[in-house]
Ligand binder design. Structure first.
Ligand SMILES: NC(=O)c1ccc[n+]([C@@H]2O[C@H](COP(=O)([O-])OP(=O)(O)OC[C@H]3O[C@@H](n4cnc5c(N)ncnc54)[C@H](OP(=O)(O)O)[C@@H]3O)[C@@H](O)[C@H]2O)c1
Length: 320
């Protein structure tokens, strides 16, 4: 699925291209499932101008190695692999990719789940460890708690011993959020989030707020922090955050961070450690994400539409 210009979902159109043989250090992959992320929507709409046009968007997928190029020793034809990378090109049934981008898939880890969860799973991992270390007794707020990253954050944080307060946009999502580990759920379109968080925490607020909604929630998240609390703004599903006046942080010696997964996984050793932790958490049943919602690869426009309209929950994958 190629885009020649930025715009609505209709700019993504099928085209046939020759993939060719892998060059030195590359492999050719037969992809079995492809993840769809909000990042792809920002690329498609033109908010992120990071894909050279015409170009194939998409950051993550799982698949099977078909052929390896010169110098590739870590992988062989038939190996099951997955990747999440800053290198676009995932919206395709076959592709070439640098072998250094690949993570080997353990036999007991499902392709489709991982294809839609690598970015989200690794993001949840780094948010709960590297960005802010959640531990026994932490009190945390997760905005959009029934979302793809949100579900994983809630389950994992609860396992780590945190008290988890989640916000959601509907009753259906409230039930999902509870199933995925939230101790308290706030319907943020109906209830006052700041007042409710203050009530739930005896007026103190939360140690950390994880906010991927951005524009609509950022300043509420800030107001929910306990003194010396941390606001982790890792996304902008509702739009970019209005500029922050630094003096506002002095009200509670607050810290604000805007992390991007790629900066925490640039070193392959860090990436592999995060992937191993994610696979182990799936295996141990600490993480039990909803089954991914599946679309045919050609229906990627519909997948983008559904995500933007908040109709999805959990991972979204394209089946080539
Ligand atoms: N920084 C990083 O490295 C990184 C990595 C991965 C993901 N992210 C970001 O994390 C966020 C969550 O990603 P995800 O893939 O797991 O998506 P998601 O949570 O499944 O979907 C986003 C959710 O945000 C809520 N939302 C609130 N206002 C919205 C609006 N105006 N439009 C659309 N959604 C709105 C919706 O939940 P309700 O209906 O409950 O409100 C929606 O389901 C995205 O912003 C993504 O870019 C960042």
């Amino acid at each position: 699925m190629i885009m020649h210009e930025a715009g609505g979902p209709q700019v993504l159109r099928p085209e046939t291209v020759t993939v060719g043989e892998p060059g030195p250090g590359q492999v050719r992959l037969k992809q079995t499932a492809i993840g769809v992320n909000f990042h792809d929507i920002y690329v498609r709409s033109g908010l992120y101008q990071t894909l050279t046009l015409p170009g194939i968007p998409g950051l993550e997928a799982a698949g099977v190695v078909e052929a390896v190029g010169e110098g590739v020793t870590a992988f062989a034809a038939g190996d099951r692999v997955a990747y999440t990378s800053g290198n676009y090109g995932a919206y395709a049934d076959q592709r070439l990719i640098d072998a250094g981008r690949l993570v080997r898939l353990p036999d007991d880890i499902d392709d489709v789940l991982v294809a839609g969860m690598m970015v989200r799973g690794l993001t949840a991992r780094i948010l709960l460890t590297d960005v802010f270390p959640v531990r026994e007794g932490s009190v945390i707020l997760v905005q959009a708690a029934a979302g793809g990253v949100g579900q994983l954050l809630c389950q994992w944080a609860r396992h780590l011993g945190a008290t988890v307060i989640g916000t959601v946009g509907s009753q259906d999502k409230a039930e999902r959020a509870r199933r995925h580990g939230c101790h308290h759920v706030i319907l943020y379109r109906e209830q006052n989030v700041v007042d409710t968080v203050k009530q739930l925490t005896d007026g103190r607020g939360v140690d950390v707020a994880y906010d991927s909604v951005g524009k609509d929630t950022f300043y509420d998240s800030l107001a929910c922090l306990a003194p010396r609390g941390h606001l982790v703004n890792f996304g902008q599903s509702s739009g970019p955050v209005e500029p922050l006046a630094m003096p506002r942080l002095a009200a509670g010696s607050f810290t604000v961070v805007r992390p991007m997964l790629g900066h925490y996984t640039a070193d392959p050793a860090d990436r592999d450690a995060a992937a191993d932790a994610f696979f182990q958490a799936l295996r141990d049943g600490i993480l039990t994400p909803d089954d991914p919602v599946r679309y045919a690869l050609q229906d990627v426009g519909q997948a983008h539409d559904d995500m933007e309209a908040r109709r999805t929950h959990g991972a979204v994958v394209l089946m080539p």
